[in-house]
Design a protein around this ligand. Structure first.
Ligand code: FMN
Length: 340
């Protein structure tokens, strides 16, 4: 039976445990999207702490696709060197490492702004109305995802994650709340999924088939006329044969709705997607306790657990969790005298 500290192999990536660091924007880059000392230390620390898979924050594939002016970038070859440095450090300390390729679309807060989206609908009163993307814009963004994936390969990442969640550009195409197009990219669920399918197809021309690819989705919009886990199952069944290996299940942020999260609030969504799509899933959300993570894995409700804020508070969470659950794992040698 699998547990939190049993390994898992997906394509050519072998993880020593099921703990995944959730992608978390640090907004700590410069205006040009380069990695710096903050990123090297921040990510390497979680590798020393025993995380199995570190997913870097949303890294922008286009300058106009940044969430903020301080996002990391992957839109230029000059970004590869800094990203490769993060990769090397994480690997040196025993973690596998992935990067989340993102485009903010209408939720870009960059200055000066030139935001684009499937339809000219603003997120709320504080955001400008985006320009509706024409076919050329769509082709440009698809190409930029491919180029980002190619740079990720050159930087040495073990896995890439396409950011299809939280109301950013891909999610804006997927959701009927944000996509009111009347061409081949809007209307039916199949049409709304087309943008994502074309991105994955292009990405797979440069991202080798023996390397895993993750998609992160928002499985629940928290409004009646929005999407629910069953809709995402349908969408993911349309895309999975394009070369998708893992689904990272999150929720919300497509439209401004306040939700009340509780520990494990997204695990049922992850389980629905796991059963309906038949691919390994990463589940999580407000998980703090080792026992809860162990329960989810042992009962087969998710295949891996992501931790976000808990790993900001405690980068050594895996070392403590292994002790609490009675697993005998290797500690970093210089820390042996601190072993619990
Ligand atoms: C500081 C911060 C930045 C985040 N940035 C991203 C991001 O870049 N991409 C993403 O998909 N989710 C992002 N998230 C969401 C997390 O990946 C995660 O889904 C969320 O925090 C819930 O997990 P948790 O309760 O374990 O923190 C961010 C969350 C936080 C707290």
């Amino acid at each position: 039976m699998a547990g939190l500290f049993t390994n898992i192999t997906i394509k050519d990536m072998d993880l020593k445990n099921r703990i995944v660091m959730a992608p978390m924007c640090m907004y700590s880059s410069d205006e040009n999207g380069y990695a710096n000392e903050w990123h090297y230390i921040h990510y390497a620390t979680r590798a020393i702490g025993g995380v199995g898979l570190i997913l870097l924050e949303a890294v922008s594939i286009e300058k106009r696709g940044r969430i903020s002016n301080r996002d990391l970038g992957i839109w230029d070859d000059s970004h590869i060197e800094g990203l490769a440095k993060i990769v090397d450090r994480c690997k040196e300390y025993g973690a596998k490492v992935g990067v989340q390729l993102g485009h903010a679309g209408r939720k870009s807060e960059t200055e000066p702004s030139q935001i684009i989206a499937p339809s000219p609908i603003a997120f709320n009163d504080e955001y400008p109305t985006p320009n509706e993307m024409d076919e050329e814009d769509i082709a440009d963004v698809i190409r930029a995802f491919r180029d980002g994936a190619e740079r990720a390969y050159r930087a040495g990442f073990d896995v890439i994650e396409i950011h299809g969640a939280h109301g950013y550009l891909i999610n804006q195409f997927l959701s009927p709340l944000t996509n009111t197009r009347e061409d081949g990219y809007g209307g039916s669920l199949e049409n709304r999924t087309r943008f994502l399918i074309e991105i994955i197809r292009e990405v797979r021309t440069v991202w080798p088939h023996d390397k895993p690819l993750i998609i992160r989705v928002s499985a629940e919009d928290y409004v009646d006329n929005g999407q629910h886990p069953e809709d995402l199952v349908e969408i993911l069944n349309l895309v999975k044969d394009e070369g998708v290996d893992i689904i990272n299940v999150s929720s919300g942020a497509v439209v401004p709705v306040k939700i009340r999260p509780y520990p494990g609030y997204q695990i049922n969504f992850a389980n629905t997607i796991r059963e309906g799509v038949g691919l390994p899933v990463i589940g999580g959300g407000l998980i703090k306790e080792a026992e809860m993570a162990e329960e989810i894995i042992c009962n087969g409700r998710a295949d891996m657990i992501f931790l976000g804020r808990e790993l900001l508070r405690n980068p050594y969470w895996p070392l403590k969790a292994a002790h609490e659950l009675g697993y005998d794992i290797a500690w970093p040698e210089p820390y042996e005298r601190g072993r619990i």
